[in-house]
Design a protein around this ligand. Structure first.
Ligand SMILES: C[S@@+](CC[C@H](N)C(=O)[O-])C[C@H]1O[C@@H](n2cnc3c(N)ncnc32)[C@H](O)[C@@H]1O
Length: 432
């Protein structure tokens, strides 16, 4: 039906404006779109509009005298979709405008039909002058919220423009080859046979970067667990853990289980406990492990309150892949630009500190704790670890032998886009 794809995209974006996370509801919205071609169109419009949301919203503020964001988030979202098409998609402008106006009609908001038409046509008429104003504004020009821009500039005085550019890009699709089944070279050969263009990742030993994203079910052996999708920076955790078969391993913030699975693909351990506070997400760990034919002790518990689930047996290896701002993975989760607030950073940093402090006594002397975040903010990374070491006399930061990223306090920071990777921070702490 004309307009239905735009209406579906606007519905998705409006949910984010109201505080929902894309991962939670986009699959249901897409499942409701009957044509496969329309599904990818909706996905592109949702992701793209969110990627440029602060820029599009700034533009809307120039085009509308009275904002509709609060009262009518769907119409606001539809204007974002309309402008996104005109600015970034190769859809003929007249078709983009007509379909978007049709979507307003489908939403049964007669007043919005005229408004949508007027806003999009005015944009077309005054495009150059409007974009000049948008580009001159920090939020409009960078497509990042002002509070985040401020922190990025303070934390990365030289690199912030590159971080912003990377956040606005589309990420590559990266695979993790399951070593239990075949070597990376053998799988690369299989991909070549299937005419899927791919290269070995320079830093992730099991990583393969695809030239173009595709449906996972087109990957040879996906259903049998021979390969998974995982960013290359996330794959570095398994190397840094240096976990061996005799070890008792704790993965304290495990869901959805990407790093859990990677570690388990590498070896069988004396014990492997995977904890997460979110029961629904813990189900995802179970599903992922089942596909890979792996198993672990799954525990629904709070990493900051181990008394509730720890049996007193110390761990030789602990992975704390902490809940964080996710400012290193904005390119994969562009809804972060709208969802995250400045005050979240303080509460996340507090939670990370509590988790670290509470788990430290669970580490056996001589053991190794890997602290990881997909954040680029010093508060959650270098500062967090420096404060931890100050609080714990028996903690020493071990050097990280890696060529990627850069030293950052007692750890290493990978910025988004470096060697195609997500932004990640790693620190390795040993207990004496
Ligand atoms: C960055 S994600 C982990 C990603 C996972 N390690 C992977 O590689 O797939 C952080 C996880 O921490 C969990 N989490 C948040 N607060 C927690 C807490 N207090 N205790 C345990 N898990 C927590 C979240 O539910 C989320 O699944």
């Amino acid at each position: 039906m004309p307009g239905s794809a735009r209406a579906a995209a606007a519905r998705g974006i409006a949910r984010v404006i109201q505080g929902g996370s894309l991962n939670d509801f986009l699959p249901a919205i897409l499942a409701n779109v009957s044509e496969p071609a329309d599904r990818s169109l909706v996905q592109e419009m949702v992701y793209g509009s969110l990627r440029y949301a602060p820029r599009l919203e700034f533009l809307i503020s120039l085009l509308l005298e009275r904002p509709v964001r609060k009262r009518e988030p769907r119409i606001h979202a539809l204007l974002m979709v309309g402008l996104y098409q005109l600015l970034y998609m190769r859809i003929p402008a007249h078709a983009a405008v007509a379909e978007t106006v049709e979507a307003a009609r489908l939403m049964k908001k007669p007043w919005a039909v005229g408004l949508t038409n007027a806003v999009l046509r005015r944009f077309q008429r005054e495009q150059d002058a409007l974009l000049e104003r948008v580009d001159a504004h920090p939020v409009g020009g960078s497509a990042h919220p002002d509070w985040l821009l401020e922190i990025l500039k303070a934390d990365w005085p030289e690199d912030w423009p590159a971080i912003i550019a990377a956040n606005n890009e589309r990420p590559p699709m990266t695979l993790r080859v399951n070593r239990r089944h075949q070597s990376r070279d053998a799988y690369l050969a299989e991909l070549e046979e299937a005419a899927i263009a791919a290269t070995a990742h320079p830093f992730a030993a099991d990583g393969i970067e695809l030239e173009a994203a595709l449906d996972v079910h087109q990957l040879p052996g996906f259903a049998d667990g021979r390969v998974s999708v995982q960013d290359a920076a996330a794959q570095l955790a398994a190397d840094l853990m240096q976990a061996e078969p005799g070890h008792r391993v704790l993965d304290a913030c495990a869901a959805p289980g990407g790093k859990t699975a990677h570690l388990l693909e590498r070896a069988n351990y004396r014990r492997f406990v995977a904890v997460d506070r979110d029961e629904t997400r813990l189900d995802r760990v179970a599903e992922n492990l089942a596909r890979l034919n792996l198993s672990a002790e799954l525990v629904h518990g709070d990493a900051a309150k181990p008394d509730g689930w720890w049996d007193g047996e110390p761990f030789d290896r602990i992975l704390v892949d902490a809940p964080c701002s996710a400012t290193g993975v904005i390119r994969r989760h562009p809804d972060i630009k709208l969802l995250r607030r400045k005050k979240d950073i303080d509460s996340l940093a507090g939670l990370q500190a509590r988790i670290l402090d509470q788990l430290w006594p669970l580490l056996a002397p001589g053991g190794r704790l890997v602290y990881a975040t997909c954040s680029v903010l010093a508060r959650e990374n270098a500062e967090q670890v420096a404060n931890f070491i100050r609080r714990h006399d028996d903690a020493i930061a071990a050097p990280i032998a890696a060529d990627c990223g850069r030293p950052s306090g007692f750890g290493r920071q990978i910025l988004p886009g470096e060697a195609g990777m997500d932004g990640f921070f790693y620190s390795v702490l040993t207990r004496h």
